[in-house]
Design a protein around this ligand. Structure first.
Ligand code: G
Ligand code: G
Ligand code: MN
Length: 523
């Protein structure tokens, strides 16, 4: 494949690779992001449900404590002092309920009327709610703080004391999965009791007032103004998450990898020489270059060989050695040659009209003869541009010798000869054609290959072959054109042997039309 195409192909693959990597990373990040959100949401839901369960359990504990006082009779304003019977009753409740440390009865102003324990001397100011929690409180001679759960009953209050560790242990037991759990007084904005490690409690609670998803407040229904607070563990990234992300993205990665491979293959095909040729043909990227042929007997240029050049998008010129083989293998050579002939006719028809002795010479191969449509199109082009058949030479390389038994080819060549086209055998000496063989074809010109010309003056065996080639051409009455003439010595040798038609860098290389036109006009 030509270098420029390879570079373009590499660039494209490079771009594709980079795009694919970026695309894959973006998709992976998106998947990770959405999965991560999902995990967080799930964790929050799970925590919420755990927290609700815990709140429900705490309510159960409170109910149990409150119920302990329900065995007391309902007092209707007749309670003025603490009778022995009442005291016994209070002590029996305290005795029968392990959660209850003491039980008290107070009036509407929360003045103590009767208490099961001597340690209780005063009571906090009454709250206006039916069931209130006070605490933590300090009692004289008591080891631990206590809480007072007070229920309004008619014009009296019944209060149940329980020790702080009771609720603390309860929270502790149920705080697995949480950073900490606690009871919070919404009214006084303070933490009453907690279990776990809240860190800096003040800042934690401040944060809660802004919006912290890891902190949840669940109001307790039985206790006004009291909420259960739970703080969840931060949603850290764990190894299992990475595995999950990879597993989630794996199908996508596989699909995208195959897609990448597929696109790379399409690009590869596109940059295969054949598709590049097809594309170049469609875009009209084949151009003629004209190498003038000199007639030394007349001291002027008598024609030119039209040599194909491929101008790529990137501004390179690709020489035929690179692509003629592939063009012939794929059969594209036929439309490519037609494009070349069309362009050179378009460029040269005026020049040919003005110089009726000048001809253009095109290279053909057996493919052109086998194609059912080539000559019809070729004749059409000749008539479209009013090109005289005498001004067109067709070169057929000796290397791809025509099958002499192929009557259709010979018929076609005879037809071309009859129409007046010049027929030349090209690259003569490089194949195996012999005199006998050549007699079957209506050639009128023979082009000696540059291989032989370059040997002139070197003393190589090929040098001596020049004379036999010339003799053979003369005996067949063929005009001889010498190709690849580079030095004056070569020219002198040829002139000495009556070879007058000379093509080569000694005079001119293959030129674009404008230079070729100038060369012929300055002739
Ligand atoms: O153009 P350049 O000088 O590099 O020629 C290289 C080879 O390509 C030569 O063998 C020449 O005959 C061949 N070539 C050039 N143009 C054409 C063309 O139009 N058709 C065919 N079949 N061969 C060509
Ligand atoms: O079609 P053919 O194979 O005859 O093609 C002629 C080829 O010879 C082209 O590639 C053309 O560029 C090349 N050529 C033309 N003149 C010279 C020359 O003087 N020296 C060399 N080495 N090559 C030449
Ligand atoms: Mn040629």
């Amino acid at each position: 494949m030509p270098q420029s195409l390879q570079t373009e192909h590499r660039h494209l693959l490079h771009k594709l690779g980079i795009s694919w990597v970026i695309f894959t990373i973006v998709i992976f990040c998106m998947v990770v992001f959405y999965r991560w959100e999902h995990i967080q949401l799930q964790t929050i839901r799970l925590t919420q449900s755990h927290a609700n369960q815990l709140a429900f359990k705490i309510e159960g504990l409170i109910d149990k404590i409150v119920e302990s006082g329900h065995t007391l009779p309902f007092f209707k304003g007749e309670l003025t002092h603490c009778s022995h019977e009442l005291l016994d009753e209070l002590r029996s409740i305290e005795f029968n309920h392990p959660d209850v440390s003491a039980i008290v009865i107070s009036d509407a102003q929360n003045k103590l009327l009767c208490a099961s324990s001597d340690m209780i001397k005063t009571l906090p100011l009454p709250k206006k709610t039916r069931l209130s929690l006070f605490g933590p409180l300090k009692l004289d001679h008591s080891e631990s703080d206590v809480f007072l759960l007070q229920q309004k009953m008619g014009s009296f209050h019944i209060g149940m004391y329980f020790i702080r560790p009771l609720i603390e242990n309860y929270l502790q037991k149920n705080s697995s999965g949480f950073d900490f759990t606690g009871l919070y007084d919404n009214h006084d904005k303070k933490m009453l009791v907690y279990a776990g490690t809240p860190g800096n409690m003040k800042s934690t609670l401040q944060k809660a007032e802004t919006h912290d998803e890891s902190l949840m407040f669940i109001p307790l229904h039985s206790l006004d103004n009291i909420s259960l607070v739970v703080k969840t563990r931060p949603y850290g990234f764990r190894g299992k998450h990475l595995l999950m992300f990879i597993l989630t993205t794996l199908p996508f990665l596989l699909v995208s990898w195959f897609f990448y491979k597929y696109v790379a293959r399409i690009i590869g095909n596109r940059y295969s020489l054949q598709s590049a040729l097809t594309n170049a043909l469609r875009m009209g990227h084949f151009y003629p270059a004209y190498q003038a042929i000199r007639d030394e007997s007349q001291n002027c240029y008598c024609g030119a060989e039209v040599l194909i050049r491929w101008h790529t998008d990137m501004g390179d010129v690709i020489m035929p050695d690179y692509f003629i083989d592939e063009a012939e293998r794929s059969g594209l050579i036929v439309p490519i040659t037609l494009q070349l002939i069309e362009k050179s006719f378009r460029e040269c028809h005026k020049l040919l009209e003005q110089m009726p002795l000048v001809y253009l010479s095109f290279n053909l191969s057996p493919h052109h003869f086998k194609d059912p449509d080539f000559f019809r199109r070729f004749y059409e082009l000749c008539s479209d541009y009013c090109i005289d058949a005498k001004q067109v030479m067709l070169e057929l390389t000796e290397r791809e010798l025509f099958d002499r038994k192929d009557k259709a080819v010979i018929r076609r060549m005879k037809e071309l000869g009859k129409r007046g086209f010049k027929l030349a055998i090209d690259d003569f000496g490089t194949g195996h054609a012999n005199l006998h063989y050549l007699q079957h074809f209506p050639f009128t010109y023979l082009k000696i290959d540059k291989l032989f010309i370059s040997s002139i003056g070197t003393g190589a065996i090929t040098e001596h072959l020049n004379r036999s080639i010339i003799n053979m051409a003369n005996s067949l009455k063929l005009n001889i054109i010498a190709e690849g003439v580079e030095t004056e010595a070569q020219r002198d040798y040829l002139l000495l042997h009556q070879v007058h038609f000379i093509q080569g860098w000694l005079y001119t290389p293959a030129l674009p039309y404008s230079d070729f036109d100038q060369l012929l006009r300055s002739n």
